[in-house]
Design a binder for this molecule. Structure first.
Ligand SMILES: *Cc1c(COP(=O)(O)O)cnc(C)c1O
Length: 376
């Protein structure tokens, strides 16, 4: 027996009714061979890496009648070791927390530090999941604006943080979908602005694309010893070539990691996830081995698009935002019809393309020229 459609069935929360679930179109690779829409690393693992991961998964399989290590000690040690190579400050295991993707890490941060009567702040255009974490945790959501070139207007950002007194500030660096990295002065200034006597807001620098940053752009990890309210999140989904693994993590003061333990679900990281992530971290040099090549490919793509007459945002990530189109959907559709899937996201008139292999980028350039003609 079904109730009438207008009777509030199923009894979804009022503010969730009619909302489409988040997600880029996911199409079979044999139908759309060039997939440049979700910023994955296009290079898969070597046979040696696959063998190690399989052996680790087999070992975990033998223990599956038991719950996994709730505190994922071995994984925290491996992540601390990995992060310590990226900052002279070093990172200790008790400064590390992990979950099933950095999306889950950030949701847990909002569960612990947001909530009713509290505010989260970010600066648009930015990652479209942030307002969803706020909505799902009943946290008030406030979005400031970025400058015309997508950089953060530091005075305006500081003023907004002082006025809104958020308990969480979300700052992606590099930003998605624009590729814009934050200078360390901006992170430091916002950590100071967020630390009110009565609010003590945390500042989350989302470095999902941190490994792709250009030469000379530092990681916010360097600032951890200076700001106890700073949280730096990372993921194995992008540069690390592990999107299918679902493993995200953060580095922060041990008190912050401890506080998250209150809201995490028991045994949230499966034994298989923990074992596979540790095995993959053992192959870090190989899995990250294509990052330099992808950065060069990105810079070449920016040059090519500019040469062809497009507006292109500077990028420190493995994707590029370009425009502007009177009808971006038509361009997206035209590319799809030519077997190239990119992302219709960001400010109106712009499109985002991930950096793939040289062959994939050649296919993208050919398809775009075909769809849109020469613009220069
Ligand atoms: C892809 C992405 C993430 C990572 O998501 P995972 O859940 O770790 O796969 C986080 N932040 C931004 C801005 C992203 O684009």
């Amino acid at each position: 027996m079904s109730a009438p459609a207008d009777a509030g069935w199923p009894p979804l929360r009022e503010e969730l009714r009619g909302i489409e679930p988040y997600g880029a179109p996911q199409l079979p690779i044999d139908e759309v061979p060039v997939q440049l829409n979700v910023n994955e690393n296009p290079y898969g693992p070597s046979q040696a890496c696959i063998d190690d991961i399989a052996a680790a998964a087999a070992q975990a399989a033998a223990t599956l009648n038991r719950y996994p290590d709730r505190e994922f000690v071995a994984l925290r040690q491996a992540l601390a070791w990995y992060l310590s190579k990226d900052t002279p400050a070093g990172v200790l295991p008790e400064q590390v927390w992990a979950a099933n993707g950095s999306n889950e890490v950030m949701l847990q941060l909002l569960q612990a530090f947001g909530g009713p009567g509290r505010t989260a702040v970010s600066f648009a255009p930015t990652y479209s999941m942030y307002p969803e974490y706020a909505r799902d945790t009943n946290t008030r959501w406030v979005a400031g604006r970025r400058a015309e070139d997508f950089a953060l207007d530091l005075d305006g950002a500081r003023a907004l943080v002082r006025a809104e007194r958020p308990s969480v500030v979300l700052l992606p660096s590099p930003n998605n979908p624009t590729g814009t990295a934050l200078p360390p002065e901006a992170v430091a200034a916002l950590c100071e602005a967020a630390a009110h006597d009565d609010v003590n807001g945390i500042v989350v620098v989302d470095e999902a694309y941190g490994e792709f940053r250009r030469e000379g752009v530092p990681s916010a990890l360097d600032l951890l010893p200076s700001y106890r309210n700073l949280v730096v999140t990372r993921t194995m989904s992008k540069a690390f070539a592990g999107a299918g693994l679902r493993l995200g993590y953060l580095a922060a003061a041990p008190e912050i990691c401890d506080a998250i333990r209150v809201v995490r679900l028991p045994y949230h990281l499966s034994a298989v996830t923990q074992a596979v992530a540790v095995a993959a971290l053992g192959h870090a040099p190989e899995l990250l081995g294509k990052v330099d090549e992808l950065r060069r490919e990105r810079d070449a793509l920016v040059d090519w698009l500019r040469g062809a007459g497009y507006d292109v945002a500077d990028s420190d990530a493995n994707f590029v935002l370009f425009g502007r189109f009177a009808d971006r959907h038509a361009v997206w559709q035209g590319l799809l019809e030519r077997g190239v899937l990119i992302r219709e996201t960001g400010p109106d008139g712009w499109l985002r393309v991930s950096v793939g292999t040289p062959e994939e980028m050649a296919a993208f350039r050919t398809a775009l020229t075909d769809v849109n003609g020469e613009r220069a």
